[in-house]
Structure formats: C-alpha cells, structure tokens
Design a protein around this ligand. Structure first.
Ligand SMILES: Cc1ncc(COP(=O)(O)O)c(C=O)c1O
Length: 416
C-alpha cells in the first residue's frame, strides 16, 4: 500500500531535518536522486514507501548479520521492552552481554558499552591518551572512525605535519594532533614513528578498511603496526566496528592472530540496535572511570533493549556457523568480476577503476559517476546497494541463493 511516495516524504523530511536525513550518506548526494524511505524489512528484503520490494545489500551498513527483523532478536527486544525500556542503572542483561562478548574475544577481559561506534572510538582515543600521557594519534587516510573531532582529519601537506580538518568546526589544534598516513604504507608509518613515535599515544586502524570501499590490508601491514607501536610505547587500536563478528564469531584481530591493545566494536554486536563497545585487557580498561582517571559516561550506555538484541545476535552466531556460507556467497558475487569487485567474507564493493585499490588515493581514481549509474541501474532491478562508491555492501545470513543470483544477474545486465 502506497501512503506517501519517496519524493513526498523527502520533501517533508527536508523541511524539518537538515538535508532530509539524520546521517549524510543516506541522502543519495553522491549518486543523485531521491533517497528511498523504508517502511519495513524482513530477512534480506526491504519495502519502500513507494511500494517496492528490494533485496537489501546495505543491511544497515553491515549491522544486520541475521537480516531484517530476525525473530530471535526481535523476540529478545520485545521481552526486554516489557521489563522497562531503560533505567540508567546497572542491569543483569548488560552483565550477560559483556560476559558473552568477552568470552568470544581471547584478548578482551573487559568491555565498556556505549551507544555508537563514534563513542567507542572517542573513548578509545581518550583512554590511549590517558594511559600513555601522550597526545598524538596516527590514523590512515580513508579509514572512517566516526565523527569525533580528532577523527575528522585527512592528510595534510606532509607526513610529519598534523592533518587537516575534514569538517568545519574541528579546531585546527585538534587536527594538528592527528597524524595521517596512507593505508597499507608501512614505510610512511615507520617514518612518522621514527620522528614522532615518542609523542604518539596510539595508532588507530580499520584492520580491513571498509570506508573507502572494501580495501584489504597488505600482507604484513597489521603485523608491522603491532611491532612499531610496541617499540614506541604507543597503543594499537583496532577499529572493528565493521569487521568485528563479520568474518567469524570473533574479531578480525583474533582471526588473524594480532592482539591490539584496544578494540572498538559496534554494528553487528548490537543486533541492529544502538550499541557499541570498547574492549581490552583489564589493566588498560581499569583506567576508565570510576576506577581510573579517564572519564567516560552515558545515560543510554548498556541500554536493556540494545544489550538484549546484542546478546541474541552473539548467541545466535555462536550456535549457527553462518560464516562459511557468507564467504561462499561473497565469492559468487565477486568471481565473475574479479578485477572490479573486492570481496571478503560476504562484504564487497564494486569498484569503477583500473584494478582494486590499496589506499584512498587509488580509490579516489574510481569513476563515481559510473558507480552512480550502476547504483541506479541496480535499484531499478530491485537491488539496494550502498548509495556511494566509497562504501561496502553486505550479505547477511538471511540472504538466499536466489538473492545472490538476482544480484549477479542484475549486475551483468547493468554492466553490459
Ligand atoms: C569503522 C567504523 N568506525 C566507526 C564508525 C562510527 O560508528 P557509528 O556510525 O555507530 O557512530 C563507523 C561507521 O560506519 C565505522 O565504519
């Protein structure tokens, strides 16, 4: 039943919400056109206010490992809601969630729950600064770590100078404390650490980068980051907001045998609700308030509905081994277009450039106009992809062989 068209809703939204959206990439600015307004989701499908059924390969930006409205997750949320939607006080549910999360990551003794990936990263950075007594943070161009001030920074004029604010409102002094290196460029990191290692509190990295499209770490890159941080007394932060529980029932760090000092989690661990977390060894985590000097707090942190959803998702993935199937589906998507599609474990990006990028500079050579045409061609054929070239698409456990066949058939048609 069509109540309001996407166009009507977007006009109304634009009157009362800046740009008509509550998060910029939803606005379709980089692909053009009117965003779809979603009325409901079920499994791999979303239904729009225009009355269309689409196969969703965005999956709430990777959060929905089990698809839309998974009955176990919805059931857990409903049960929790009946008991009260929030207390701003300690609950048993958050203990169960934290115990489960810690049990699934070998090097995480403690977690602090927050409500978004941005908050998890912001806290990790403050904790790294508090624990080391140093101010500078090294990040990689093209990695996204949420919208806190010190992370909205891109490469400046040289490796050894601070970065440039990538948003108005970020003070230059804050940007100056963020150093920026190209992803996968360990020589650049070596150079920075040789010159400034003594003032670097942490290196933060997406262990598999998913915010310039999907970009895999080069062999030895993450190991070298671990060694360089250890040598200089800086902490290593893995931002696993996307990669955590995406490739197996644990973190990417645990899967590849590299232990970071701090891990940021979000998306999948919340089963689609606003939940994220920061975790690490007890010694460092106990630097957080109320035990330690690093302050952090949140009214909605560990919200009972969110931790109920998160716990249901974690329990489900511990019971059902969905990960090999996600990998198989991902391979089916990428194999016809190996030079054009980067894929890992059911996460993938169609790139419109020569070869698969290894860093932001290469990703930026992609033809975003071609991606936009591809995106709209796919949408016309009932396939919903992320509405921007520099994003990653996701397959969930709710997708079927038929969904993957529909995707590859549509892509063959559009690319032809
Ligand atoms: C790797 C990574 N870190 C942090 C964030 C920020 O998370 P949130 O949008 O929940 O604030 C994102 C969001 O996409 C992300 O991809």
């Amino acid at each position: 039943m069509i109540k309001f068209s996407n166009k009507e809703l977007f006009e109304r939204a634009s009157a009362v919400i800046p740009g008509g959206v509550n998060s910029p990439v939803r606005s379709f600015r980089s692909v053009g056109g009117t965003p779809v307004f979603i009325t409901r989701g079920a499994g791999s499908k979303i239904y729009t206010s225009d009355g269309r059924e689409l196969i969703d390969f965005c999956m709430s930006w990777g959060a929905l490992l089990f698809g839309h409205a998974d009955p176990d997750i919805v059931g857990a949320v409903l049960k929790a809601a009946v008991d009260g939607t929030g207390f701003g006080a300690a609950t048993e549910r958050e203990v169960l969630f934290a115990e489960k999360l810690c049990s699934m990551i070998p090097y995480v003794d403690q977690v602090r729950c927050v409500s978004s990936g941005t908050e998890a990263v912001m806290t990790a950075i403050r904790l790294a600064r508090g624990a080391t007594g140093r101010d500078k943070i090294l990040k990689f161009d093209g990695c996204y770590h949420g919208h806190s001030d010190s992370m909205l920074v891109s490469a400046g004029s040289g490796l050894l100078t601070g970065g440039l604010s990538s948003s108005a409102g970020v003070p230059a002094a804050v940007a100056n404390d963020t150093l920026v290196a190209p992803y996968n460029d360990i020589e650049a990191v070596r150079e920075i650490m040789a010159a400034q290692g003594g003032s670097v509190a942490a290196i933060i990295v997406e262990p598999v980068a998913a915010n310039m499209g999907l970009v895999l770490p080069s062999p030895g890159f993450l190991e070298a980051l671990r060694a360089l941080t250890q040598q200089s007394g800086a902490l290593l932060i893995f931002d696993e907001v996307i990669t955590g529980f995406r490739f197996g029932p644990t973190t990417y760090g645990a899967l590849c045998g590299i232990e970071p000092d701090l891990t940021c989690l979000g998306k999948i661990i919340g089963g689609g609700l606003p939940l994220a977390a920061l975790g690490g060894r007890r010694k460092i985590m106990e630097q957080l308030a109320p035990l330690g000097p690093v302050y952090q707090a949140g009214t909605l942190s560990g919200n009972p509905l969110a931790v109920a959803a998160g716990l249901a998702a974690l329990e489900k993935m511990a019971q059902e081994n969905i990960f090999p199937n996600l990998g198989t589906f991902g391979k089916k998507v990428s194999s016809p277009w190996e030079k054009r599609v980067q894929e890992k474990g059911g996460a993938f990006t169609f790139f419109f450039c020569d070869g698969l990028p290894r860093n932001l500079a290469e990703a930026k050579q992609c033809d975003t106009k071609q991606y936009a045409a591809f995106f709209h061609g796919m949408l016309e054929r009932g396939i919903y992809l992320p509405p921007a070239q520099f994003e990653t698409a996701f397959i969930s456990a709710a997708h079927t062989d038929g969904d993957i066949a529909a995707l590859t058939a549509a892509a063959a048609d559009v690319l032809a």
